[in-house]
Design a protein around this ligand. Structure first.
Ligand SMILES: NC(=O)c1ccc[n+]([C@@H]2O[C@H](COP(=O)([O-])OP(=O)(O)OC[C@H]3O[C@@H](n4cnc5c(N)ncnc54)[C@H](OP(=O)(O)O)[C@@H]3O)[C@@H](O)[C@H]2O)c1
Length: 264
């Protein structure tokens, strides 16, 4: 199926590895011009080179930016726009928040969590919306977490702050739906990345189980019985970004192998 994404400009932040990297790779395979970012120039450049090599798409541009810093985001979008033109697809992804229970976290942790998980989306969206409005076409896709529907122990920042992204995405769907722009979110469950290994490591330290056992234990609640792949999230993003999904607006889609138990 041709998704019609050739030459669309996509911005995928937090993409030197993990979910962002998988999403960027799929969008590059679909022929998008892709801008990726992370906090480390060396790793994001290497990630960009790897995507070019794997997909044969040379239009991949790597930029260093910390998503918790507004000035970095302004620079990221400026550089992306100078390179490829205004952004058509924002495949919003961000770094993982600090793990911890309510008792573990101090005010600075909360402030950093809000900057990383909410304000980064606000700042990025503010920067990309004018170009989308001008083109009368745009895709806002917020990669969030299954914690939106089903909180995870020891991830209070994720359980709390990410909920606001659902409100942001829905509000944008209402405000910009008549302008050719759709806004949707993705709630991924257990996707096999370093972050997931870190969460398993945390389970292992709390329970005294080995890492392999903890990795298996985390799958107990997943009907599919396996971890998801980063490219599987990428395929969902590519569909939401496509013309085929132009009537999908204001929704939150789970990609979790059946992990979330709620019916709606
Ligand atoms: N994997 C899962 O199963 C899962 C499930 C639900 C939710 N999530 C969430 O999905 C997001 C991606 O997770 P992942 O599993 O792909 O994580 P990951 O494998 O650890 O990759 C995280 C990526 O984010 C970048 N990053 C981290 N902090 C950043 C910051 N402040 N500014 C810019 N880039 C930053 C990292 O690069 P640098 O370190 O170079 O900056 C890296 O490229 C996270 O928010 C995570 O909490 C993941």
């Amino acid at each position: 199926m041709d998704l019609g994404l050739r030459s669309k400009v996509a911005l995928v932040p937090a993409a030197s590895k993990g979910i962002g990297h998988g999403v960027a790779k799929v969008l590059a395979t679909e022929g998008c011009k892709v801008v990726i970012s992370s906090r480390d120039q060396d790793s994001i450049s290497k990630a960009g080179d790897a995507i070019v090599k794997e997909t044969g798409n040379k239009d991949v541009y790597s930029v260093k930016a910390d998503l918790a810093i507004k000035a970095d985001i302004d620079l990221l979008v400026d550089q992306a726009t100078s390179k490829f033109g205004t952004i058509d697809i924002l495949a919003y992804n961000t770094g993982p928040p600090k793990p911890g229970t309510f008792a573990d976290l101090n005010d600075a942790d909360w402030e950093q969590g809000v900057r990383l998980l909410l304000m980064s989306a606000v700042w990025l969206t503010k920067q990309v919306i004018p170009g989308m409005v001008q083109k009368k076409w745009g895709r806002l896709i917020y990669i969030t977490s299954s914690t939106l529907r089903q909180p995870v122990p020891n991830l209070v920042l994720s359980n709390t702050v990410r909920l606001s992204l659902a409100g942001l995405s829905k509000s944008l769907a209402l405000e910009y739906g008549s302008k050719g722009i759709t806004s949707n979110g993705i709630m991924q469950g257990h996707i096999l990345t370093d972050r997931q290994r870190q969460v398993a490591q945390d389970v292992s330290s709390r329970t005294g189980k080995g890492l392999d056992e903890a990795m298996k234990q985390m799958l107990q609640d997943v009907p599919a019985g396996r971890y998801g792949l980063t490219e599987e999230v990428g395929h969902l993003v590519a569909f939401l970004a496509s013309e085929k999904a132009s009537y999908v607006n204001g929704t939150m889609l789970a990609i979790d192998g059946g992990l979330i138990r709620s019916v709606f």
